[in-house]
Design a protein around this ligand. Structure first.
Ligand code: ARG
Length: 465
């Protein structure tokens, strides 16, 4: 390590006569977490120095030395040989200090026309952009697994619920496709956010831009950005890309948590709609009969961390004046944790859905109870007996009350009993009272009829995968 000035930090210690207090070092250092940005930091520096060389701001000789040095540092970090120092605060200064050790004074030229403010904005953006791409891929594979399940069980009948009470029969394929829609929107949110974040901060320098004749277009292009950012003040103080990422992550985690909750309910012995594989459940240390849906419960629970990260960062950013303030160093840990947590949840959900066995018989039996075809009876009265829907609803209500009193289902009532409620009812009504007839009749676009479900699956496979 290069000898540091007696007055403290060698990067900014010029005007200081004393080194930092130990507590100052403790509160100031971010290296313990921002070391995660090493690859982005080095990629950014390589793009920057190549532009500086191209523009004649540093000599070809120094450019070459800096590039070699940066590559050496990259391999040192990747092999685990790199020694991080907390007194060097963050990843940017750790890398630059090592560069000085490796190549001497030329290292000092790398930071020309740059500040840690645009540097950190760049590194963090690159990291978030990578994770955004990962989320898009992970969501695509979860969608694919749900489509497979939906296809296999396109016509499997289950109870549809409102208020967690049996409402109308639906198909399991249709239910899976509801989640396909949610995860498709989540993926679109990540894609939208990616477009907005894909502007390069490098060259905003500390806050005002720079007097050096830099080429921001070139660095933007080298790093895969669509263009450079347009306002240097905004650039160093903007963390919208991280906020949008966490917002999209929170909504996605909310969807995962809802599906997880359904899996928890479905896998209870009382419901018995699905059976989780041994790979995604655990046993109890005391009750031998138990098979617990821990993975689903953890996916349901982890949304708390992701929402927490979003609220945390919104709170850090709220009320900050332009431009950079050190508060913004608090932007990273929540995003790192939120991203890693969501990736884990997406992978766990994908595995659970893929491995889960569907108990079609139990679903069908449940769908046939709870007067789930009452709406079909009301609709029949509207169509065949020309009753206004409100009257039909009333007649059906009386039929349900009678069935409840007799302890039977609607289709088990005698024709004479139904006719005692409304004489216009004929034998034909029984054809709509089965769960199969009920789902088959729901042919409106987006409805639960198996043919409609198959058509939706085909659309998703063609347009959405
Ligand atoms: N470690 C800092 C951060 O994460 C880097 C930027 C420091 N800039 C400064 N002007 N002190 O935000």
């Amino acid at each position: 390590m290069t000898q540091q000035d007696s007055n403290g930090n060698q990067m900014w210690g010029g005007r200081f006569s004393a080194g930092p207090d130990a507590i100052m070092e403790e509160i100031n250092a971010s290296i313990d977490f921002d070391r995660k940005l090493y690859a982005q930091d080095i990629a950014g520096s390589l793009a920057h120095v190549s532009m500086l060389g191209e523009q004649g701001i540093v000599s070809a000789d120094d450019q070459g030395k800096i590039e070699d040095g940066l590559r050496t540092i990259l391999s040192e970090i990747e092999s685990g040989a790199f020694e991080y120092s907390r007194s060097l605060e963050d990843i940017h200064m750790n890398v630059e200090n090592r560069l000085a050790e490796l190549i001497g004074p030329a290292a000092g030229r790398l930071h020309t026309a740059r500040s840690r403010n645009d540097q950190v904005a760049l590194d963090f953006r690159l990291w978030v952009r990578d994770r955004t791409d990962a989320m898009i891929d992970d969501l695509t594979s979860l969608i694919a697994v749900l489509l497979d399940k939906a296809e296999t069980h396109a016509a499997a009948i289950m109870p549809g619920f409102t208020h967690m009470q049996t409402a109308q029969p639906v198909t399991f394929g249709h239910h899976c496709l509801a989640y396909v829609e949610m995860f498709t929107r989540d993926r679109a949110r990540f894609r939208d956010a990616r477009v907005r974040m894909n502007e390069c901060p490098l060259g905003a320098a500390a806050l005002a831009g720079t007097g050096f004749d830099i080429d921001r277009q070139a660095t933007a292009e080298a790093l895969g950005f669509a263009r450079p950012t347009r306002n240097s003040l905004d650039t160093v103080s903007d963390r919208d890309f991280a906020l949008e990422f966490l917002s999209a992550a929170s909504i996605c985690a909310t969807h995962l948590s809802r599906l997880a909750e359904e899996i928890v309910i479905w896998s209870t012995p009382q419901f018995n709609f699905v059976r989780l594989s041994d790979r995604f459940s655990t046993g109890s240390s005391i009750m031998p009969q138990k098979k617990n849906p821990d993975a689903a419960e953890l996916v349901r629970g982890k949304v708390g961390r992701i929402n927490g990260a979003l609220v945390g960062l919104l709170t850090v950013m709220k009320g900050l004046p332009l431009t950079y303030s050190k508060d913004m160093q608090e932007d990273k840990e929540g995003v790192f944790d939120g991203a890693e947590t969501l990736e884990l949840c997406l992978a766990a959900m994908r595995g659970m859905v893929d491995d889960m066995t569907i108990n079609e018989d139990a679903m069908r039996a449940a769908a046939g109870s709870g007067f789930s075809t009452a709406t079909d009876l009301a609709d029949w009265l509207v169509r065949e007996a020309d009753l206004p829907f409100r009257d039909a609803h009333h007649v059906t209500g009386r039929a349900v009350a009678l069935a409840e009193q007799k302890g039977c289902e609607l289709h088990e009532l005698e024709l004479s009993e139904l006719q005692s409620i409304n004489p216009q009812i004929t034998q034909g009504v029984y054809s709509v009272l089965t769960v199969d007839a009920s789902v088959a009749s729901r042919t409106s676009f987006g409805g639960t009829a198996p043919d409609g479900v198959r058509a939706q699956i085909a659309w998703h496979r063609l347009e959405n995968i």
